[in-house]
Design a protein around this ligand. Structure first.
Ligand SMILES: [Zn+2]
Length: 272
């Protein structure tokens, strides 16, 4: 299993083959290619707080909806705060948060309501999409290093099981493009926080180079998902590093604050 690139009139996004073949959902991991935003947000930008106009961002959502079939007018995003907060999304949340002030603090969202796209924003941080085709529920997670250390991915899985009766053996997960160990150089605070939760099982994903550390956030999030009982065959990890591939992605580490952002988005088909 791997990822497939889609190019719809120049708008480029990826899908995870495992999620696609499970059927019954639509999803996407966006790139920076194919939107309407001008430099330095050129061109497929989903961040509205870094200086791009709201009109451009809304148009980019519309273009993504046309390209993917996702009903982005009903999409939901939260104010991401690098936490392990998980929020259930209900029918009445549809659409009201995306173009609004995103009043809810959370870094993971879950729903069993069809046709409500869940949106996780990133520009280096991990994004993770979850889907249980048996009990019909989905999740979208934002996990920077703090969320990764806190195990937000496992907490979202546990919430999915308790709220919707999801079965870890039937859940599919995809970890999207994010900064790789090649470029995620840190001080000791990051590995210390991760080891505090995962102890030596995380060591093979933390490499010491001189006084610095290189940390593989994608693989550490995969570890959390496997701890939750997921079948390794059902966990896909995107190979791209956002900081290495500025031609294709937004990277906070490489571009600083005045840049765009990408999203991971997933919705159950049907309903409404
Ligand atoms: Zn890299």
């Amino acid at each position: 299993m791997s990822f497939t690139e889609h190019n719809v009139n120049g708008l480029i996004y990826d899908t995870a083959d495992g999620l696609s073949s499970a059927g019954g959902i639509r999803h996407a991991f966006t790139t920076r290619l194919g939107g309407v935003s001008p430099a330095p947000f050129d061109s497929l930008n989903f961040f509205e707080r870094n200086g791009d106009t709201k009109e451009n961002v809304i148009e980019n959502y519309k273009l993504l909806g046309q390209a993917t079939g996702l009903n982005m007018a009903r999409a939901v995003g939260c104010r991401q705060i690098h936490s392990d907060l998980v929020r259930s999304i209900y029918a009445e949340d549809a659409g009201k948060i995306l173009y609004d002030e995103r009043p809810y603090d959370a870094d993971a969202m879950l729903t069993d309501v069809p046709d409500v796209p869940l949106v996780a924003y990133s520009a280096d941080c991990c994004t993770i999409l979850l889907y249980d085709p048996t009990c019909r529920c989905v999740g979208a997670i934002h996990a920077g290093w703090k969320g990764t250390a806190l195990g937000v991915a496992l907490k979202a899985l546990i919430a999915m099981m308790s709220a919707y009766g999801a079965d870890p053996m039937t859940i599919h997960a995809a970890i999207g493009p994010s900064i790789g160990a090649c470029c995620f150089e840190t001080d000791s605070d990051v590995p210390d926080a991760i080891r505090e939760e995962l102890s030596e099982s995380a060591d093979r994903f933390i490499e010491r180079r001189g006084g610095k550390y290189h940390v593989d956030l994608k693989q550490i999030n995969r570890l959390w998902l496997l701890r939750g009982g997921l079948d390794p065959r059902n966990v896909e990890v995107h190979g791209d590093c956002t900081a290495c591939r500025l031609d294709r992605y937004w990277s906070h580490r490489r571009l600083g604050a005045r840049r765009g952002g990408q999203i991971a988005v997933i919705a159950l088909e049907g309903g409404a």
